[in-house]
Design a protein around this ligand. Sequence first.
Ligand code: UDP
Ligand code: MG
Length: 328
Amino acid sequence: MCSGMDLIVLMPFYNEEKQIPVTVERMVPLLDGLGLSYSLLLVNDGSSDGTWKAITESSEKYPSRVRGISLSRNFGKEAAICAGLDVADAEAVILMDGDLQHPPELIPEMIRLWRDEGFEIVEGIKSNRGREGIFSKVQAKLFYGLFYRLSGYDLSDASDYKLLDRKVVLKWRTLREHNTFFRGLSAWLGFRKTNFSFDVAERQIGRSRWKLSSLLRLSLHAIVSFSAVPLHLISFIGAIFLVGTIILLIQTLFNYFSGVAAGGFTTVIIVNLAVGACVMISLGLIGTYIALIFDEVKNRPRYIISEDTRMSREPDDHSESLSTGKEP
Ligand code: UDP
Ligand code: MG
């Protein structure tokens, strides 16, 4: 049931103790000026620094405007988003990065597009990617190019800066896959969509919290959960090798009958190595799909909420707290 609140602004945080007060002090006056009932929902994604302390302090300072939940460990940004969306109870939810790289000044325009023009998803498109290293730029281009070709969804320059109507949030909760890819799944959901462009602001405090390994894992999971093309590709490569094998077979037989069969040793080694490499890559790919299926079958919760500032203030209210991320 809806609490009657108009808006929840959801932000995930991982090791951002210094960033929290800056973000809260910037957001509260801006959201106060909207004339809506709202709350900031700050998700601590299992930080090892003082992030949770900073969140509880903000929540004590603005008890009706700031709510914090804390995950029992670092589950990753995707899981933190899931946790937030599962407890967010409002007519609309805006998701944005906690480091203010998504400019908050655009929120009034997002609200206008949702309330006055009836769009159910309002999404931010990056018009520039901010000060990003060349490696990250190339990696993003490769990933989104591949993702588009394999899944049909063009997410280049898409961001997690989005407004979702309550209807969309409720449908999102019915998607039960364990490994989520928020950008891809919100595109998959459909609904009436519009977008706006924004310049990615500079990060003022600290550095990007993504590790290269987490980014690679997310990219691989995103592709594998949205496309079976890599699996079909294996059969395709197999077919090409079959053609090559037939040609070589004819050549080998020809050599045999012409009495020059000792030659061609180099070809055998090259073909052996090539087939070996293809088999290994294919097995790895199938393994990735199986690992993902295994993950889904285990059906573990996507996240575990260990603390909730609302629960410490309202000990009787268990309705949305201590969620294990399982209930829709
Ligand atoms: N974040 C998170 N869990 C993680 C990694 C990041 O909740 O495991 C949060 C982070 O604190 C920030 C947001 O997700 O508020 C975006 O992260 P970041 O700025 O590191 O990403 P980038 O801007 O480099 O894409
Ligand atoms: Mg950032």
